[in-house]
Design a protein around this ligand. Sequence first.
Ligand code: ADP
Ligand code: GN1
Ligand code: MG
Length: 366
Amino acid sequence: MEVNLEKVFNLFDAKGSYFSGEIYGSGHIHDTYRIITAEDDCDNYIIQKLNTRVFRDVPKLQNNIERVTTHLKNKLSLIPGSNVKRECLTLIPLRGSNMTWHCDWDGNYWRMYIYISDHKSYDIVDTPDKAYEGGKAIGRFQAMLADLGGEPLFETIPFFHNIEKRLETFHRTVISDPKGRAAEAGDLIKEIESREEKMKTILRLGEKGLIPLRTTHNDTKFNNILLDVNDTALCVIDLDTVMPGYVHYDFGDAIRTATNTAAEDESDLDRIKMDINLFSAYAEGYLSQTRDTLNATEIEYLALAPQVITYTIATRFITDFIDGDNYFKIKHSHHNLQRARAQMKLLKSMEEQYSEMQKIIKSLSI
Ligand code: ADP
Ligand code: GN1
Ligand code: MG
């Protein structure tokens, strides 16, 4: 379907006039466009057509993001030298309204952010310095949201990182096998099944009250952390899943993406490995901001978190493949299977280096 970006742009109370629009970024969920304005002294913008199969209640989703960005902006404005507009997402309301989303005649939901210019975004991280900065950004993000007031944030995707629920869906999908694809993934299905109990560890710690629910990001893929042109931490974006969670989910997902020596969907499995130096650097950056607030159990289990999240994402990719690719955007028919195989390879590399990871966390925690 042809999208009239200029028409959508004009619904929002942006400064400047529409010059051009293009598909932007490599996110797997929304349709994201960058809008360039005609005037040099006006911001450019990001417009997103929201994925409502994934996010079913847009008003509540947007309310979460409004609360989170308002809180972050208030905090940032108290920090000397901070640049509130670049260090936090800015939602643009509709013209003549304070609403931050629009539903069109076809039932499509749209929102707009200021485009954060002069940033760098990495799908693959190649230096410990960048990993350290990413860790700092997520640690700071969690620390700033620790005193978010009011009722808990709305759970935008219920049971998002709950591996027990994810495995139930996985088993149901393997049994129903709606597209006759399960046989092709037989080896991976066995790999998933052999690790089920270990991967419920974080969930069990939560159930026992040993780790608290905090306000977490829940989608800390490294390309959701923008660095500035000097590769210094700038802004954490993609706030759709900010909600109550365990810190392990954020730590684990960032390590999954920051330490992989190859792409998330690399087809040559020999190229995939967890780089322990990048792990160490990210952990150092993260703990520099959170060491004093995390409890001893939270810190102890940071080393296991990357395995849990990598396994969870592998389970989600393989489930989506067998289900017929209804969730993640794909570029070819076996994309989700390829992603799942790559994540499984990464998981094995993490398993091999687990004792080293534990030592690093221990040495950084004191
Ligand atoms: P998805 O949930 O589909 O990943 P994101 O909100 O992460 O969607 O946006 C997709 C991509 O668009 C991001 O990875 C980033 O490259 C870019 N992007 C999103 N918002 C902004 C912004 N405000 N400024 C600059 N780039 C952005
Ligand atoms: C999605 O939105 P994006 O592309 O940053 C997904 C994450 C997965 C990731 C895998 C809301 O992240 O959970 O880890 O793809 N986001 C959602 O690449 O499902
Ligand atoms: Mg994203």
